[in-house]
Design a protein around this ligand. Structure first.
Ligand SMILES: [Zn+2]
Length: 269
């Protein structure tokens, strides 16, 4: 059902929005972000705590050391003072899934390790997810959704943790729709941006950016894998791989430089 937005709501929206900061994403898109970074971080932390309670956590020391090693190399390249500390948790689930939340929280499902076979491929996944956070995509999605619901709650953009409906919407905006039964997937422009920014992160961290392509080839071959954030709004596998292949030559020098400078190897099991 299509809803019409009355003109007065639009003009109210314009008035309120003119008071908002306009932001520029890492690839130069202009973004409307209605929520503060600290609100988003608080929401990320609460969502992560909830997930840690509802999903089993894998405690295998070797696996955890492996995932941590890759994550730490990636986030070191984030160069973002908003996120000084990143926490990563390995969830015991066959689902092929991974996510990152504002505030610096990363979840990797053990099922992902079966699809991202090499350290470079797993780095491509984590780089992509961290890129969503660094590019404020959750905030942007929640803001887009909020603006759609403008007539209902035009004034109060403050996040109210007690308000379940609101929290669910934001969780959905963070790519956690499956957990709350609603989906608000990242948009295609955000997915492309996360691919580009993720490639830069992994290359600077000394992971072979060409592994992003082999990761997608694995995804394309994976029969009936669960829907995950990374697959939510795809560009088709083919066009995604094409776009990645176009970007890779631009980041190869950073990768080669990082290898020359020396890196700490992350070994799988
Ligand atoms: Zn994504």
């Amino acid at each position: 059902m299509k809803k019409f937005i009355p003109a007065f709501v639009l003009s109210l929206a314009a008035t309120l929005l003119s008071g908002c900061d306009t932001h520029t994403s890492p690839t130069g898109r202009s973004q409307t972000l209605l929520f503060s970074e600290s609100d988003m971080a608080q929401m990320g932390e609460a969502s992560f705590a909830q997930m840690k309670q509802s999903l089993p956590i894998n405690r295998n020391p070797q696996l955890n050391a492996y995932v941590n090693c890759i994550t730490q190399r990636i986030v070191k390249q984030a160069g973002d003072t908003r996120h000084k500390h990143w926490e990563v948790v390995l969830f015991d689930s066959p689902q092929v899934n991974a996510f990152a939340l504002p505030g610096g929280f990363i979840g990797v499902y053990t099922g992902m390790l079966n699809l991202a076979h090499t350290p470079d491929e797993l780095a491509a996944v984590i780089g992509h997810e961290v890129a969503h956070v660094l590019s404020s995509h959750g905030n942007e999605q929640a803001s887009r959704s909020e603006m759609k619901n403008f007539g209902l709650k035009a004034v109060d953009f403050a996040l109210d943790m007690g308000e379940v409906e609101h929290r669910d919407m934001v969780m959905a905006a963070l790519g956690l729709g499956a957990e709350v039964g609603i989906t608000l997937p990242f948009s295609r422009d955000q997915e492309t941006e996360a691919d580009v920014v993720g490639l830069v992160l992994m290359a600077k961290a000394g992971f072979d950016p060409r592994a992003a392509v082999s990761l997608w080839q694995n995804m394309a071959r994976a029969p009936g894998s669960q829907p995950m954030e990374i697959l939510s709004t795809h560009p088709s596998h083919g066009s995604r791989i094409e776009e990645l292949n176009e970007q890779i030559p631009h980041v190869m020098p950073a990768y080669q430089q990082a290898r020359e400078d020396g890196i700490r190897e992350c070994r799988p099991r």
